[in-house]
Design a protein around this ligand. Sequence first.
Ligand SMILES: Nc1ncnc2c1ncn2[C@@H]1O[C@H](COP(=O)(O)OP(=O)(O)OP(=O)(O)O)[C@@H](O)[C@H]1O
Ligand SMILES: [Mg+2]
Length: 316
Amino acid sequence: MKKIISKQIVFFGGKGGVGKSTSSSAYALTTARKGQKTLLVSTDPAHNLGDIFHVKLSGKPIALTDHLWGIEIDPDEESKRYLTGVKKNLKGLVKPKMIEEVHRQIDLAGSSPGADEAAMFDRIVSIILDEKDSFDLIVFDTAPTGHTIRLLTLPELMGAWIDGMLKRRESMNENYSSWMGDGEPVEDPIYDILEKRKERFANVRKVLLDPSQTEYVFVLNPERLPILETEKAIQTLEKHDLNVRTIVVNKLLPNEETGSFFQKRKEQEREYVAWINQTFDQQEKIYLPLLDGDVSTMDALEEVSKNMQKELYFQS
Ligand SMILES: Nc1ncnc2c1ncn2[C@@H]1O[C@H](COP(=O)(O)OP(=O)(O)OP(=O)(O)O)[C@@H](O)[C@H]1O
Ligand SMILES: [Mg+2]
């Protein structure tokens, strides 16, 4: 079967430690080597793309190698930038007497649970909408499963939340207009800001839900827990209309090893691989062998990339 991932946006998800960063980096390196201008983005607060490529990354694209750029989104930094933006948007809209209290409230909201995630999501939205045209493809290396599922389902939640806010402002505005006497609608700048955000979320949702633009790849190892977790994650994402069509089965034991220890492990692995093939019969599978050391150098990454290329068919 032909295994093609030629999408503009590719997300790599999976359980902790299975090889998301390794697979996404290898995939990005593969597309870059094919001359596609690639942007590799880490949304994991515990970043390690910088360690894999030995380049210090930040919130803006930095060159990793030919045709390949990287970004590590820092939730703290994004959260701060996000709150500064909110405060700036409110400038001139709030009475000067109130500004201190409003800022205090915003800072409070900024330290509440979920705020970092919202800021992270805002940055993902801006990367997808603003960088999509500057790159041939954007590859996302994500944090372990739970975090990523929340992140990917945020546009839906945020859309509903903004709708509620818009309705509240509409009724406030109606009341306000009627108090003013002539019933003429008054300009509501906050309404406009919310409308714009809603539009951006709706646009990003369209991209994320469009299988011709976005691909979700789940990485797992031939072991019981990653299989179970991946099965659950795929079902959850499907409920949100996000379809995972590719699975990377990483860290397969080499065939050439002998000895009873390896034979026994290999036997167990065969059972797990059979289970994977049966459970994920709707998905394309990319099989990657375990290397004899960590993937922490460019040479090792090249090797993973070569193994990946053997498994992939690229549409030109
Ligand atoms: N095919 C492989 N062969 C050998 N080592 C590998 C392979 N794939 C990944 N590793 C190693 O396994 C460890 C975990 O890989 P990686 O960091 O890519 O996983 P992750 O899913 O991104 O982890 P996290 O959930 O912590 O982000 C790393 O030390 C990496 O070098
Ligand atoms: Mg990682």
